[in-house]
Write a protein that binds this ligand. Sequence first.
Ligand SMILES: *[C@@H]1O[C@H](CO)[C@@H](O)[C@H](O)[C@H]1NC(C)=O
Ligand SMILES: *[C@@H]1O[C@H](CO)[C@@H](O)[C@H](O)[C@H]1NC(C)=O
Ligand SMILES: *[C@@H]1O[C@H](CO)[C@@H](O)[C@H](O)[C@H]1NC(C)=O
Ligand SMILES: *[C@@H]1O[C@H](CO)[C@@H](O)[C@H](O)[C@H]1NC(C)=O
Length: 506
Amino acid sequence: MATKISTELLIIILNNFQSTQDLYSSMLVNRIWCKVTIPILWNLPLGQECCTDYTKLEKKALCIRTYISCMDARTRNLLVQNGFDLSSSPPQATFDYPSFTHKFIINNLVYFVSIHSMYSRKIISPHQDDNGSRILFREMCKLIIERCIFLDSFKMTVIIFFSGNFQNYSDLIGSIFKLPSASKVFKKLENFTSTIGDYKLIYPFYESLKLICDTILTMDLKLNSYFQVQLLAKLIRVQKRLENLSIFTNYSLDCNSLLWAIISQKETLKGLRLYSVNFCQLKRKLSPIGQFISLQELYFDNCVGLRNSNCLFLASSFTQLSSFHYFHSRYSNDVHPQEFIIKIFETAGANLKNIFLDSHSSHSTIAFDTFSAILNYCTKITKLTLHNLSSEQVIAIFNNNFNELRRFSFDCGEKRFDANELLYKMGENVPESLESMEIRMNYYNPWIFSADYLRKFFEGWCYKGGGVNKLIIIKRTERGQLCGFTLSDEHFKVIEEYGVQFYIEK
Ligand SMILES: *[C@@H]1O[C@H](CO)[C@@H](O)[C@H](O)[C@H]1NC(C)=O
Ligand SMILES: *[C@@H]1O[C@H](CO)[C@@H](O)[C@H](O)[C@H]1NC(C)=O
Ligand SMILES: *[C@@H]1O[C@H](CO)[C@@H](O)[C@H](O)[C@H]1NC(C)=O
Ligand SMILES: *[C@@H]1O[C@H](CO)[C@@H](O)[C@H](O)[C@H]1NC(C)=O
C-alpha cells in the first residue's frame, strides 16, 4: 500500500507529522518513505523550538556529530587542530543533511555547539575555551548557509543557557550575510524574528537583509538604538507582502522614519503590534496617507506620544480594524491619548469586534468621551475588556444594545458601590448574546451581594437550568489579591439552579 501513495502526497502527509518518533517510524517503511522522511526530519534540529530541559538539549545536540560528518576535509582538519575529537563523526554522510535546513533558529545552534564542544573536547566548562566553540559555530553557520537551498524562517531570541557564548558568537551571526550564498538562501525568507536588541554586531543584519529579500510575511523584532531603527525602517520599506509586524523598541528613540516605513506597508499589513514605540516625533506629510486596507489587529503597549496631534491622521486610516488592544504607557507623565483612541473607534466603527482597554497604569477611569465613543461607534463588538469602570458605566454597557457582545471582562476599581443594585440593573438588560462575564475584583473592593440578587441577575440572563453555556469568572485585578469575596451555600444553590458555570480564580 505504501508505494501507491504519490511522493508529493507523502511529503504533505509527513510534513504534518507532529512527533519525531512518528517520522522515525515512517523512515522504516521502505526506501521511498525513507527518502521522503529524511529531509523533513532534518529540518527539525535547527528549525524546531527547543525546550529548556538540559537533558533533552544534550540529546538534541547529537545532531552536530552528523553535521560534522558532512563537512569537507579542510574544515574537519581545522576542528581536529582545535581539539575536537571527530571519532563519532566519520567523514562522508549518506545524505546531505545540512541541505534540508529551511528554518534556522540561531539559539538552537548556540546550545548544540556549546554542548558539543564541551563533550567533544573533553573540557569541563563550556566557557573554558571559547575559541574552539567559536570555530565550530562559525563552521556550522557556513555549512548550513552554503548547503541549504533556501531558508523560510530565521530566528534569534533571548537566550537562556550559554548567554556568554551567544555574546561571543554575535559577530559571527552578523557576518552570515557576508557568505557568498547568503543572497540566494535568504531570498525567500518569510519569517524573521530577532528579539535580541543589545548586540551591536548583529545590526548589519537588517542592512544586508534589505538588499536580499522583499518577501517577508512576519517580522518580530526588538531594537535598542536609533541606528537599528533606521536600518529596520529601510528593511520594512522594501517588503512587498508584509502581513504581521511586531516591534519592541525603546521609548526614548525617535521613530518617525520607522512609522513612515510602517505606513508604506498599509496595503498588506494585517497585524501590527507596537511596544514602547515613541510617536512624539511623528511628522505629517501634506498628501493623505490613504487606508490600511488589510489591517485587522492593532496592539499598542507602553507606547508614548500618541497625544501628538499628527497621530490622528494615522488613527483615521485604520478603517478595517477588528481588534484593538491598548495598554497605557507606564511612564506616568504620558497623558492618556484620548483623541487618538476615540478616532480609532470612530474610524473602525462596527468593524471592531474586540476591544481591550487598560487604563490602570494611568490611574484613572476610562475617560467619559472614550467610553461614549465605544457605546456610539462600536456597536458590533463581541469581546470587550475594560478596566476601572464605575457601576454606572457597567450599566450603560448593558443598556447599549450591544447585541453581539459575547464576552465582557471588567472591574469596578476601588470606589464603593452597591453590588446588589448593580446586579439587579445588569439583569434587566443582559445582551442575549452574552456568553461569559469576567468580573475582576480587588482586595479593597470585593463585590458583596446576596443570593437573591444573584438570582435576579440570572433571571435576566437565562431560564432555570438553562445556563450551561454561560460562564462567570471571578478574578482578582492585577493589584492585590482576591480577599473578602465569599459565596454562601445559598449562592451556590442559585448557581446550581440556573446551571451557570461559575469559576472563582484562586
Ligand atoms: C511564520 O510564522 C507564523 C506565525 O508565527 C507561522 O504560522 C508560520 O508557519 C511561519 N512560517 C514559516 C515558513 O516558518
Ligand atoms: C497575520 O495576522 C493575521 C491576523 O492576526 C492572521 O490572520 C494571519 O494569518 C497572520 N499571517 C501570518 C503570515 O502569520
Ligand atoms: C532606553 O534608552 C535610554 C537612553 O537612550 C537608556 O538609558 C535606557 O536604558 C534604554 N532602555 C532600555 C529598556 O533599553
Ligand atoms: C480608578 O479610577 C480612579 C479615578 O476615578 C482612580 O483614582 C484610581 O486610581 C483608579 N484605579 C486604578 C486601579 O487605576
